[in-house]
Write a protein that binds this ligand. Sequence first.
Ligand code: AMP
Ligand code: MG
Length: 469
Amino acid sequence: MIQFDNSYIRDLPGSYLRLAPDVAPAPKLIVLNEALSKALGLRIEDAAGWFSGARLPEGAEPVALAYAGHQFGGFSAQLGDGRAHLLGEFLGPDGRRWDLQLKGSGRTPFSRGGDGKAALGPVLREYLISEAMAALGIATTRSLAVVATGETILRDQGPVPGAVLARVAASHIRVGTFQFFAARGETDKLRALMDYTIARHYPQAHGPLEFFAAVVEAQARLVAEWMGVGFVHGVMNTDNMALSGETIDYGPCAFMEGYAPETVFSSIDRQGRYAYGNQPAIMGWNLARLAESLLPFIDPDPERAVDLANGALDRISTVYQGAFEAVMRRKLALQGEEAGDAALVRDFLSAIRGVDWTLAQRRLAAALGDEASYLGLFDAPEAISAWLPRWRARLRPDAQVWLRSVNPAVIARNHLVEAALDAAQAGDMVPFDALLAALRDPFGGEAGRERFALPAPKGFERYVTYCGT
Ligand code: AMP
Ligand code: MG
């Protein structure tokens, strides 16, 4: 049983359409996140039925949410859930409110040309990577279950099995949700959305500027954490940026191996708009779109509203820089905070260019004892050799243990993800389960699981991800 309490449809009429998910012909449970369902206090009686949409849990009121968004910089006034159904909300044991959503559950009036479906491979990919992010301590929507529908759907590579992902999120309110009402000039609904979002996510914020500042803080923290683990979201459109500050919409995302700011994996991101090193700037761009939506509430005088909004926008890069430095001070185990830290971080980054991002940090702990083996990661070790003594002078006393507790040994490396998904699509879940178990313990030791900690074999470097999920 799930005790639903559906505030979104109660409080925000006109922002969704009621409609039922498709009935999957032969739902079969592929994975169920037992730990998560337990932590959320859910009693799941019919996972295959509930999470495919074939038989809905009592109290579910399925809706497709309306939103707009800038995709690769171009505005679409109407996107919306084209293949997702929000089943409703429930409160966890700690009183926190969660959305329960199905993705891949059928066409809606927002589907445009799409089939409303999701393929098993990409759905399992979201499951793996969102679980990896959660284990890394990074804010994210969570995956509750994957159910194969028994349907075959058509994708670029041919017919593939269809599946539905059940996911749980702090909410599904996006920057694009605000843009939807702003673009239509529906100021009353926009205000209701703002008030709702403040009450749900930022109750301490008074008024639009404090609300905006709180969203900036949350996004800065999130993107700084992404940067810390080498995560490339891949499709940071404004409809894929959640107001809650959670990572949402795992499409063409992937983890960078060799450190290069220009790293891009998505086949459709030909200009590198969403490259690793561009993510903070895009975050700022997306937040500016949110600020534009809030202008009518910032001040009745439009000119003054723009001035105030510009003041808020000017602070974004400082807030982000602070968040990123905090992440890197943690990852480098620096003691306290000193004026030279920004330079120390910058010089570390330039020294590790081309070197595996994850190993360059994970092995710092070992470098404290055996510098030579650490230098083995580098083709040209001069810069890092000069940097190490400066770093040693700044370390916290417990650096050896600390470094291993904050720098993961295991991330979702692309070659492992691909192998696990290939096997899963052929009916063998063993590699998927093994990888999932490793990803759930990212900071644990390497012994006995070295293969999860090593970079892709040569030849895998030009990894490409596809959006056709
Ligand atoms: P995304 O790029 O996944 O964030 O999706 C952008 C928009 O396309 C959203 O409105 C989605 O609901 C919609 N969409 C993506 N895939 C499909 C699909 N297979 N069928 C219908 N709509 C889709
Ligand atoms: Mg999306």
